[in-house]
Design a binder for this molecule. Structure first.
Ligand code: PHE
Length: 372
């Protein structure tokens, strides 16, 4: 028994002395492990007489419990100390500068689309959308371009090899004008044959064409107004008001030049006066003045009565105007880029230079908000 007491005291002293959880585990194995001295002492019980055992067993069990308690207590202490040390080491220094994170920018085309939507929203226009994979009925036929119409060939269309379920030809839309047809059909169906429409439809369009001023994918914004007593004067005022807000200057002069589109009658091309400042084109002023010239920004006209009719409107009661503008072109003019292809190269240096911060919207707040 004296052995056991000595062993116990030695063990308790060792447990009190350890400084790490690993060292504590060693002590536990030495005492309570399979071959530990407490376990070996318990094994001796088997070889004793019942009387001896009755005396020895409680003493050994008491030693075992004392050692186990000491180990548990020391373990809890060491764990708490380790946690405290970790917390102290990981203290945050809030005065350190924050690491710089990379920040994306808004592409000029997205920026200009937002600007368009805001300005036209002020004029009462909603935004409409349509599919980029179209059928030839919406892209051509319903716009008064049947199969034999020469304007179809002029569109350099990307066709899909497989026919649509209804037998029509599928294609990548060559302009945003099919959204006119879809919107008119929706409105005519909902309102039994006619209602005022005021929409713009910005989006991607595709033509098989590529050089410094043409890319196979580019962006247009379609505009459509259908109402009673609409005439070309409304078209001109709307476009003029839009361009003044968009370019943020009052001296915008538009020229509507007679032209031809199958879906408008009469049709006009929209030109804007500009001048050259250095190697940059700056909109403003009368294109016929000294040092000025005209630049084409899009097509427009009064919606052809046949197109109104095919979309379910009675042309005797409803008139409308439509326009289609090149978004990339007006973006280049406003923000001074000169190569259209750079818009779609995805060069991060170009985007860092011409992109817009997602957090401050300089032209939107200054341009549109200032007019309110
Ligand atoms: N869709 C025509 C084009 O892409 C532009 C246009 C739109 C003309 C609306 C008139 C009216 O060339």
């Amino acid at each position: 028994m004296t052995d056991l007491t000595t062993d116990k005291q030695t063990a308790l002293a060792a447990i009190a002395a350890v400084g790490t959880l690993d060292a504590l585990e060693e002590q536990r194995l030495a005492a309570l492990g399979k071959k530990g001295w407490v376990s070996l002492a318990l094994k001796t019980l088997g070889g004793m007489s019942p009387a001896e055992r009755q005396e020895a067993a409680p003493a050994i069990q008491a030693v075992r419990a004392e050692i186990a308690d000491a180990i548990d207590a020391k373990k809890a202490y060491l764990e708490a100390a380790a946690l405290e040390a970790q917390l102290a080491a990981e203290k945050l220094d809030l005065t350190l500068p924050a690491p710089q994170s990379l920040r994306g920018s808004i592409h000029p085309v997205s920026q200009v689309m937002d600007e368009l939507a805001e300005i036209f929203a002020d004029l009462g226009f909603a935004v409409a959308t349509g599919p980029e994979i179209e059928d030839d009925w919406h892209n051509f036929t319903a716009l008064n371009m049947d199969e034999s119409h020469p304007a179809r060939a002029m569109h350099d269309t990307f066709y899909f090899p497989d026919a649509a379920p209804d037998g029509g030809q599928m294609l990548l839309r060559t302009h945003t004008s099919p959204v006119q047809i879809r919107t008119k059909k929706d409105v005519a169906a909902k309102n039994e044959g006619g209602a005022p429409i005021r929409i713009i439809a910005p989006g991607r369009v595709y033509r098989s064409d590529s050089d410094a001023t043409h890319t196979p994918m580019f962006h247009q914004v379609e505009g459509l107004v259908v109402d009673r007593d609409i005439h070309l004067g409304h078209l001109k005022w709307t476009l003029e008001t839009f361009f003044k807000a968009f370019f943020e200057r009052e001296d915008i002069v538009l020229r509507l030049r007679p032209s031809y589109f199958p879906f408008t009658e009469p049709s006009v091309e929209v030109d804007v006066g500009y001048s050259n400042e250095g190697n940059r084109r700056v909109v403003g002023g009368h294109g016929d003045d000294e040092g000025h010239d005209w630049m084409e920004l899009g097509g427009s006209g009064m919606v052809n009565a046949r197109v109104l009719h095919s979309a379910g409107f009675d042309p005797e009661q409803w008139q409308g105007f439509a326009f289609g503008l090149g978004i990339d072109r007006i973006a280049m003019l406003k923000y001074g880029m000169n190569d259209l292809r750079a818009f779609f190269d995805g060069d991060p240096r170009w985007l860092a230079h011409y992109g817009f911060s997602p957090f401050d919207q300089p032209t939107l707040s200054a341009g549109v908000g200032a007019r309110a």
